[in-house]
Design a protein around this ligand. Structure first.
Ligand SMILES: [Zn+2]
Length: 242
């Protein structure tokens, strides 16, 4: 569950938004290429310009979602477990098992990887994962087991996404000697736009904590490509949402 704030014009309305509705909104925002930001607290901000008839300027509409129950600190171990659960399409917790597999009870199973009972309980208590409906299956071909599907909540996915993709843009170097940016160094000492033989280098690099980077002609473009990178990453992460 999220607390939703919609800011449009001068007014702000606050309400609650379910996980399912938040996923629908997020999908629509990705499809329509609206600017969106995941927050490290597990929230989401979607901005869009609304053009109303008869108006020459759009009005900005911002929808922000924050988890109704704060996620709190995500330790590296939690993070690793959550990532494994998010990547698995059939993660389940063992709720009942027969001998000699009783030690599976309380564990979240993901193929060869499993989350031990104490860590699994913490993820549930902290609201980072949700449980589905229990079902009966067999372990090792013949031993009865009760299993409960486990899914990572949207807020935890958004927090991981925001932590992975923190972007920044580089300060342009300003006036530099042409040779320093690969230009011929002897041309026009006093031409307009140059200062004592130097030329203006406004180029800026957009980079991200995930390792991505891109050089652009100026900082404004760098900010735009950084935003675009975060939106693309959100879109890629969303594809894994079920
Ligand atoms: Zn990134």
């Amino acid at each position: 569950m999220f607390i939703q704030k919609i800011q449009a014009g001068d007014g702000t309305t606050t309400g609650l938004c379910s996980e399912d509705h938040a996923i629908v909104m997020l999908r629509r925002a990705v499809d329509r290429r609206f600017p969106l930001e995941a927050t490290r607290t597990g929230g989401l901000v979607i901005t869009r310009d609304v053009w109303s008839t008869g108006s020459s300027t759009p009005s900005r509409r911002t929808v922000s979602l924050e988890p109704a129950k704060p996620l709190g600190v995500m330790t590296p171990t939690m993070r690793q477990d959550l990532e494994a659960i998010a990547d698995s399409d059939r993660a389940y917790r063992v709720d009942k098992a027969e001998m000699p597999f009783r030690d599976r009870v309380g564990r979240i199973m993901l193929g060869f990887y499993s989350v031990p009972p104490a860590a699994a309980r913490r993820l549930v208590e902290r609201g980072m994962v949700v449980l589905g409906l229990p079902y009966e299956d067999t372990s090792h071909g013949r031993l009865k087991e009760i299993r409960t599907p486990v899914r990572v909540v949207l807020a935890a996915r958004l927090a991981m996404l925001a932590a992975d993709h923190r972007t920044s843009t580089g300060e342009p170097r300003g006036y530099v000697y042409p040779a320093d940016i690969g230009m011929s160094g002897t041309v026009g000492l006093c031409k307009p736009g140059r200062r004592s033989g130097r030329v203006y280098d406004g180029s800026s690099v957009a980079s991200c904590t995930c390792g991505w980077s891109q050089w652009t002609e100026d900082r404004e473009v760098a900010r735009r490509v950084a935003r675009e990178h975060r939106r693309e990453m959100a879109s890629a992460a969303l594809k894994r949402l079920t």
